[in-house]
Design a protein around this ligand. Structure first.
Ligand code: PEP
Length: 261
């Protein structure tokens, strides 16, 4: 089954709306000089205030999927400081990152809360990019597969498999995020194959064959080609290297070169 690669930038709490517009200008200039091959999806997850600026650039033709970095589990209500799925849809978001390790570790998000958010997003047609990944201690204790299986099963516990057709999973070893320590090709290949097999047990072999599994963790232009060549790697979730349009696009080009035409 052909899976359209997805390269998604997660800007985290970086880039004001003005900086986001400059990033879009830089991306447009790079694409005008050398277009990306067809058959790859590019996405970007700006901070909430920058979403409308990037949405306007997308409306003007910039080939990007607008992604939210987070969403609340409820659709509306007394939740000061939070942002809901309908708000994100209204501003033009077409995917939402859920379960990022920074949300789990810094904001105390549990698998149960993430499952609730996944349900709200799926029920309201905002497909999630569900992030899963082990810490360094868990890897050293030989618990990587247990953790991946638990996070995947629990994160998807509230949705029926048939509602998950546009799900994306991002495998992000926590020890590789923002550290410059990229996982080895063998580690990535093993984790992605395990995630696909686990998903097959949850949602069936056909859905698992179509599931896009992204790798995230210190992806850079210099290591993207090697990672992109791994069979079960269907794209990247990129933090630091997505902040510059040039390096983001260099990673996307490395991914596009391995995509089936
Ligand atoms: C991330 O935060 O999802 C990420 C992968 O970050 P970085 O690329 O900076 O490691």
């Amino acid at each position: 089954m052909t899976r359209t690669p997805l390269v998604a930038g997660n800007w985290k709490m970086n880039h004001t709306p003005t900086q986001a517009a400059a990033w879009c200008d830089a991306l447009r200039a790079e694409l005008a000089a050398d277009e990306l091959p067809e058959g790859i999806e590019l996405g970007v997850a700006p901070a909430f205030p920058a979403l409308p600026r990037v949405a306007a650039e997308i409306e003007r033709g910039l080939p990007l999927t607008l992604i939210a970095q987070n969403a609340h589990r409820e659709l509306s209500g007394a939740f000061t400081g939070e942002v809901s799925v309908p708000m994100l849809l209204d501003v033009g978001c077409r995917r939402v990152i859920l379960g990022h390790s920074e949300r789990r570790q810094l904001f105390g998000e549990t698998d149960a809360l993430i499952a609730r958010k996944v349900r709200t997003a799926v029920d309201n047609h905002l497909p999630p990019i569900l992030c899963i990944g082990e810490t360094e201690q868990e890897r050293e204790a030989g618990r990587t597969e247990v953790v991946l299986e638990q996070q995947l099963q629990r994160g998807l516990a509230e949705v029926a498999p048939e509602a998950l057709d546009d799900l994306v999973v991002a495998y992000e070893p926590v020890w590789a995020i923002g550290t410059g320590r990229v996982a080895t090709s063998d580690q990535v290949a093993a984790a992605h194959a395990f995630v696909r097999a686990t998903y097959a047990a949850i949602a069936g072999a056909d859905r698992a064959a179509g599931l896009r599994i992204l790798y995230g963790g210190s992806v850079k232009p210099g290591n993207a080609a090697e990672l992109a060549a791994i069979g079960d790697v269907d794209g990247f979730l990129v933090g630091g290297a997505s902040l510059e349009a040039e390096s983001f696009l260099a990673i996307a080009r490395a991914m596009a070169r391995t995509a089936p035409s």
